[in-house]
Design a protein around this ligand. Structure first.
Ligand code: ACM
Length: 719
């Protein structure tokens, strides 16, 4: 693991220096109130720490981690300043939504003082202090802290990350690395999706077939305890999800006798699988299994899934139908409610609060059940108006590969943040009846804003990272640094929402996280090296100007199933689209330089020219290495498109610099190239429609079209 300090700091400083002209440290999430003051506190060596009122071992270990991150533990360099930490209380609500996370932090000539409401507040204050110490453009090493007064507390108590360990198993080391990064940006709930059609990931001593029959990749009970303790040290709760009654393919692979009978010759067999809710045997099984699992996961909340039970799941099973009739259960939704009432009872008997996806609250259920909203932002209102605590995930599906600014713009209290418009629903229905029906279920209706009392029931937000197309060696690069932006959305005041500021700050935060062990950048580089051994930089240069097709357009397995293929082969994650970043810092920087230039700052011209030249000239290099590699050859059209746009941009730049309009021919060529990029980007810009539109070759969207368009427009406007 790297450290902030020494050589590694160089990269952070370079990023910081280029990203923000002002020398103020980048804080993410932005605190509620920050006041920088003139002056700095030197840190010649380890802090002299005085802790009072806190949970001693927890605070001591947190401080030790902090000092290690700053490379201050070896006493070589002399005595450091005082770090005084006090907690108002030891906080019986630590690791609950009532945890005391607020803190005051001051850096003055006489040292650093943290006044925390509780132990969680100490962890959050140290996270801020880490960022204050790290991002000091122009100052070598963590040599000083700026004088500052910070008053901070989170806007929402639930600031979650969901990691799907079922679709692809994520190693313990990878999960711990995500927890490390979560602590550093004040995220506090790790929702682990532990069972689905593809796998069951926790050792069961009562039902060992669950893991034995599912590929043998799982966490032992000892590893689970270790992971939960590791997270708890960092102020992160672990909420486990065992999804029932659908998404149970792995359970049913081990115990086929628990399955309801699906329709014969069903191409969507995997989607339509579900437990048999009419079988008492199922409830005995779940009671014993959940008994074992609740003992492993101490969190109050236990997630039972409950999403996406299809109409076909039970309609073809005569036994289930007879059971429903005998018990006056009318329809699939009522059957789900009956099933979940049984499951809830067994969990509540063990002291758990049940949380489930928003389907579980379609029929009236006790207010104590927490609802995780995912299908539309409208469903936030449905949940809280029925009295349920709600966690918002609609708008925060990072696996959809949308630009981070789009997620960042969605507020957890915005009832219109995510869903389809009426016009989109009509368009979808016109194109495809199935898509129309699906879109209808996600249509946004105009609603009055939540009342203050309703808003109080919104516990917070949670980003989802479904892992159909993400494996252990990609998780950091698909989650980070995007997760830091959403950490800000969930922690900071609602008014902190400037996308341009986010684009300047996020690369700095990634640099810091990477210096402390995150692998986002390293994974991108490894993927490029695997694609082109010895020529990774050529691949990286192409990938700076592209992004993977969005909204599941790159998921060929879903597409094959929608076309009637019941068991498509697993998708290899070896294409350029799998290596491509969703958000390219180079493209952001380029766009910012173009804005400066077209805004009249001629000093930006050399940077614009250098980037365009690099992108243009990369195509010949790419073509040379693509020969003989099918994975690379598939990217040749995208590489050519990038080069064409770069050439268009250079022609426009020449015209701007020479104060003349570009030739009509050049303008026409640029318009055509930009139009092509725009059409391909639009093809996957919305869910569902992404399945119906032809996608660009190799699922690669060229993302620099709009910035080139700005250049061309500016050139045309010149006399
Ligand atoms: C979900 O995305 N099926 C909860």
């Amino acid at each position: 693991m790297g450290r902030i300090g020494g050589a590694v700091l160089g990269a952070v400083l370079a990023a910081a220096a280029s990203a923000c002209a002002a020398a103020q440290p980048v804080l993410m999430p932005q605190p509620r109130s920050v006041g920088f003051e003139p002056g700095v506190l030197a840190i010649p060596g380890p802090f002299k720490v005085k802790v009072s009122g806190c949970r001693q071992p927890l605070a001591d270990r947190a401080v030790a981690r902090f000092q290690a991150d700053l490379d201050l533990q070896q006493a070589a360099r002399g005595a450091g300043p005082t770090l005084r930490i006090s907690c108002a209380e030891r906080d019986g609500g630590y690791l609950t939504i009532a945890a005391k996370e607020g803190y005051g932090l001051s850096v003055r000539a006489d040292g650093v003082a943290i006044d925390a409401q509780g132990p969680a507040g100490v962890l959050r204050a140290l996270a801020t202090l880490r960022q204050l110490a790290a991002a000091q453009p122009g100052v070598p090493g963590p040599g000083q802290l700026p004088f500052v007064r910070i008053d901070d507390a989170p806007r929402f108590a639930w600031r979650g990350v969901e990691i799907d360990t079922a679709r692809h198993f994520m190693s313990l080391a990878a999960v711990k690395r995500q927890i490390d990064a979560m602590e550093r940006v004040k995220l506090d709930v790790l929702h682990l999706h532990l069972s689905d059609n593809e796998g069951f990931r926790v050792e069961s001593k009562l039902y060992p077939k669950l893991t034995a029959e599912n590929g043998g990749q799982f966490y032992t009970q000892g590893q689970v305890r270790d992971l939960v303790a590791y997270a708890a040290e960092r102020g992160v709760r672990v909420v486990p999800e065992f999804d029932v009654p659908a998404h149970t393919g792995a359970i049913l692979r081990a115990y086929p006798e628990f399955a309801a009978k699906g329709p014969p010759n069903d191409p969507l067999v995997t989607q339509n699988l579900a437990l048999n809710p009419a079988s008492e045997e199922i409830y005995r099984f779940l009671d014993r299994l959940f008994g074992e699992m609740t003992a492993l996961f101490p969190d109050r909340d236990f997630h039972v899934g409950g999403d996406e039970v299809s109409d076909a799941a039970w309609s073809a099973d005569a036994g289930v139908q007879a059971f429903m009739k005998a018990n006056s259960i009318e329809g699939r939704v009522a059957m789900e409610a009956w099933f979940h009432a049984r499951v809830r009872k067994m969990l509540e008997a063990r002291g758990k609060r049940v949380i489930g996806w928003d389907e579980i609250a379609v029929t009236p259920i006790p207010k104590t059940v927490a609802v995780q909203v995912w299908r539309t932002s409208n469903a936030i209102a449905t949940a809280v108006q029925a009295g349920h605590p709600a966690v918002v995930s609609a708008g925060y599906y990072l696996d959809l590969l949308n630009p981070v600014t789009r997620h960042y713009a969605v507020d957890p209290l915005d009832l219109q943040g995510d869903g389809f418009t009426e016009a989109e629903v009509a368009q979808a229905a016109k194109e495809n009846a199935l898509a129309g029906a699906a879109a209808k279920g996600m249509q946004l209706k105009p609603l009055p804003p939540l009342t203050p009392d309703e808003a109080k029931l919104v516990l917070g937000g949670e980003m989802e990272l479904w892992a159909e197309l993400i494996d252990d060696d990609m998780i950091d690069m698909r989650l980070w640094p995007r997760a830091a932006a959403l950490a800000e959305r969930f922690w900071s005041p609602a008014g902190v929402r400037d996308p341009d500021a986010l684009k300047r700050r996020l690369p700095v935060i990634e640099g810091e996280l990477e210096a402390l062990g995150l692998q986002a950048r390293a994974q991108r580089e490894r993927a490029a090296e695997r694609l082109a051994p010895g020529h990774a930089e050529v691949v990286m240069t192409l990938l700076e100007a592209v992004a993977p097709a969005r909204n599941h357009a790159h998921n060929h397995t879903i597409l094959a199933m929608l076309r009637g293929q019941a068991h498509p082969p697993p998708q290899m994650l070896t294409s350029l689209a799998d290596a491509a970043p969703v958000d390219s810092f180079a493209a952001w920087r380029f766009e910012a330089d173009v804005k400066r230039l077209t805004g009249g700052d001629a000093g930006a011209a050399p940077a614009v020219r250098a980037q365009l030249t690099q992108w243009r000239d990369n195509d010949a290099r790419f073509a040379a290495i693509a020969a003989g590699s099918p994975d690379l050859a598939a990217g040749k059209p995208a590489s050519a498109d990038v080069a064409a746009l770069a050439s268009d941009g250079l022609e426009a730049l020449d015209a701007i610099v020479a104060h003349r309009a570009p030739s009509a021919q050049a303008q026409a060529r640029a318009a055509q190239d930009i139009d092509k990029a725009t059409r391909f980007e639009a093809a996957s810009s919305r869910p569902l429609f992404s399945f119906m539109r032809p996608q660009p070759p190799d699922d690669l969207i060229v993302t620099i079209g709009p910035a080139i368009g700005m250049l061309v427009d500016a050139a045309r406007a010149k006399p």
